[in-house]
Design a protein around this ligand. Sequence first.
Ligand code: GLY
Length: 351
Amino acid sequence: MPPTPKYKGDKMTIRMNLGENSYDIIVERGIIASADKHFNLNRRALIVTDTGVPEEYSRTVASLCKEPLIVTVPQGEGSKSVTGLTTLLSAMLGGGFSRRDCVVAVGGGVVGDLAGFAASTYMRGIDFYNIPTTLLSQIDSSIGGKTAINFDGVKNIVGAFYQPKAVLIDPNLLKTLPKRQISNGLAEAVKVALTSDSELFEIFETKNVEDNLDEIIIRSLIVKKNVVEQDEKEAGLRQVLNFGHTLGHGIEASVATSELYHGECVALGMIPMCAPEIRKRVIDVLKRCGLYRTVSYDWQKIKDAAFHDKKADGRCVTVITVDSVGAFEMKEIKCDTFIEDARTCLEELRI
Ligand code: GLY
């Protein structure tokens, strides 16, 4: 992987080089107020947000558009649904949107996934822009072009790889985010630090996390850029971004949504995937990030959810493991062995 460019200030443009799907990710405090300098908003724009996002963010974007149409979906995973998709498609159709118009997401991962998928399907694809407003979406889901809705109880099962035309990341928007949501996003940064950026991991170990958020965001984005540029459609390398997620998704699906956030589940999911020699360092960092939570595990449910299959035992799954910070391996392991090893690890650690 190419070396991570040094971060030298409080703003940075990261170019995602994906041939004709290339785009810029601009990280800058206050940039939402000049979204029209980076997006072509001189046309109809469907601005998609949710009830949990401060209204002023979507209003700010609307004030910069020639013909804005704001749609506010209910906050939460439930909006990543056929109903949510229908709402956006109907709004575009009813609003007379043509192939030359655009969709702008102003929200977290749910809004970005839903709005991006709607943009990918309307008239076979119209321009999509993203202004992620949570740390989780700023670090991970807003870039890389994965869009999806959930279907028949299965997460992200219907979707498309559809790259945005540009992404604006404004760390000022995080000021309104509850502390637990900041921690939620940090899990994805710890993930990329463990697999690919030992210097980022040292920031977590030695510096005040909240004071270094801009650098944490930028370094995380650069790791993701390098991975996605090499493997846009997840044929191989991109699976590294799923580090901690197989078990994490299993845990997430096995508990009530309000009990644990995605990042908290991924944090738990990463621990057994790290070599015993580095687990103490990992746990210390997770504690510093407010990501160390315990939960009562239902291992049967976790297994079913992790593999979407009640008969997964004999099958193999690709997992990412980390033996030393900043480097990873990809391994094939039997699903039942994977679950047993994870269970033994978490039980021994009493997490
Ligand atoms: N969040 C994992 C990926 O974008 O591939």
